[in-house]
Design a binder for this molecule. Structure first.
Ligand SMILES: [Zn+2]
Length: 168
């Protein structure tokens, strides 16, 4: 789908126009892709077709389509042969010459090929929160038992110094 909100030089406008990573999911408002710098097997992104910067800027139609996209992408993650995916990703022409270290690392993880045990879902909503490309991209990150030493608190750990808490 083409739309007139595409912003020149925005990488995720290029992606959502179908000119980069292959779609693994699409609905009226969103497309999904597998991240080519995966931090865990199945790491995927949900991206609005329209150039929307913040989750809080989604219009009513996009809000209505948001959970459909999250659920749809999760379904693809869980039905994809991720070993084959990353082997194929290494052969993509447009990735040649770029660092492949994330793909190579994921291919060696002991839990590659297992069904995810959990998910971390969210986005970095603003530069101060770590957003590096100003077009909304919601991370759907499969989690596996043992992928980090201590997962307690999850995304609280983005502020590591004050993340730890005790609860009886
Ligand atoms: Zn954009």
């Amino acid at each position: 789908m083409n739309n007139d909100s595409t912003v020149k030089d925005c990488y995720f406008c290029t992606v959502s126009s179908g000119n980069a990573d292959p779609f693994i999911f699409e609905n009226r408002s969103f497309i999904g892709i597998f991240d080519t710098n995966p931090v865990n097997p199945g790491h995927a992104l949900v991206i609005p077709r329209r150039h929307v910067v913040s989750l809080f800027d989604l219009n009513a139609d996009e809000q209505a389509d948001y959970f459909d996209a999250l659920r749809g992408v999760r379904g693809v993650i869980e039905s994809t042969d991720l070993v084959a995916l990353y082997a194929e990703m290494q052969t993509r022409d447009y990735l040649q010459g770029r660092p492949m270290d994330h793909i190579e690392t994921v291919l060696k993880l002991p839990f590659l090929g297992r069904r995810p045990d959990a998910y971390t879902v969210g986005n970095n909503d603003g530069r101060a929160a770590g957003r590096s490309i100003d077009h909304l991209h919601v991370i759907v990150l499969p989690r596996y038992e043992g992928d980090v030493e201590n997962p307690r608190g999850g995304i609280r750990n983005v502020i590591l110094a004050r993340a730890s808490y005790q609860r009886r």
